[in-house]
Design a protein around this ligand. Structure first.
Ligand code: NAD
Length: 290
């Protein structure tokens, strides 16, 4: 068996084109252009690249982006004040604080200050709780991207045995919740899991987000499984790889995402979707209030 490669770039391009169309129609109808404020603290090169990609993707989709670059020694209060101003700014529909933040910044307090209605990353505790109870406000972008990949490929989730490897707040846990909400039976594994293969071998759908290159090898995967590799790891030679042994697992799986070109392009795409959604809700709420 040779797995079908899930082309995240192509699927992301389709959704981004839909976003551009949706933004144009919304602006024609309402005069409102969706706006995303991106806050970048410090000079982490990887964060700078992520922010640049987000800004470019916004421009291409007709979304207004506002980038706020703050010094790495910025005080908590200054950052909190900026977020409070953005919360009140009607031209801003989404607020994103690029992570990681410098160690002296109280990340939890920063994320809790973002208005839940503008929290397009879905990291605010309110939105996390809403995800748990199935009343999602904004789905976190990376797991949301995985759900969209599965949908686009016509892969059913209901009743499937899913194993998520990785239990972080931004990928593994919300991924498990989103698939559970779609009636999958979900197990989550983490770094302390004993005998990882015992779990992964039973998965109809295996989502891997551990940040460990080569973690998942062919004997750990059920024949015909769908394998989604969220990992992004830079090797010493500069090569970017995922967490899955792509060559070996491709011979057992029915579907597999490549790295790069799988989940990665979907993350920014879903940020666009969430921002447009937020602008549409803002407009609907304004009309209801008037
Ligand atoms: P994290 O370090 O916050 O969490 C990693 C999780 O994996 C933890 O729960 C840890 O317990 C688990 N883990 C680590 N080693 C393990 C092992 N040997 N066996 C089982 N579980 C193990 O990382 P994160 O932010 O969730 O990111 C995970 C990976 O996904 C990273 O490679 C990151 O670069 C990538 N990522 C990709 C995107 C994207 O857009 N494609 C977005 C976010 C993160």
């Amino acid at each position: 068996m040779t797995a079908r490669i899930i082309d995240g770039r192509a699927i992301a391009a389709v959704i981004r084109a839909e976003c551009a169309d949706r933004t144009r129609r919304f602006e024609e109808r309402t005069g409102i252009r969706p706006g995303l404020a991106v806050i970048l603290v410090g000079h982490d090169p990887a964060s700078a690249v992520y922010v640049r990609n987000k800004v470019r993707a916004c421009e291409a989709a007709g979304i207004h982006s506002f980038t706020h670059r703050l010094h790495e020694k910025v005080e908590n209060e200054e950052l909190l004040n900026l977020i409070t101003r953005l919360n009140a700014d009607p031209s801003v529909h989404g607020i994103l604080v690029q992570l990681p933040l410098p160690a002296h910044i109280d990340m939890a307090r920063i994320l809790e200050t973002i208005a839940p209605s503008k929290d397009v990353d879905g990291f605010h505790l309110y939105n996390v709780g809403a995800l748990v109870t199935g009343n999602t406000v904004f789905s976190p972008c990376t797991p949301y991207g995985v759900v969209k990949l599965l949908e686009h490929e016509g892969i059913p989730v209901e009743g499937q045995n899913v194993v998520v490897v990785g239990a972080s707040n931004i990928v593994g846990k919300p991924m498990a919740l989103m698939l559970m909400a779609r009636d999958a039976t979900v197990a989550i594994c983490h770094a302390k899991a004993r005998d990882l293969a015992q779990f992964t071998i039973g998965a109809d759908i295996l989502v891997v987000a551990a940040g460990v290159p080569g973690l998942i090898t062919a004997p750990m995967v059920k024949k015909g499984a769908v394998v989604i590799d969220v990992g992004i790891n830079r090797l010493e030679d500069g090569k970017i790889v995922g967490d899955v042994d792509f060559a070996g697992v491709s011979r057992r799986a029915s579907h597999i995402t490549p790295v790069p070109g799988g989940v990665g392009p979907m993350t920014v795409t879903m940020l666009l979707v969430n921002t447009i959604e937020s602008a549409e809700r803002f407009y609907a709420a304004q009309r209801t209030a008037s």
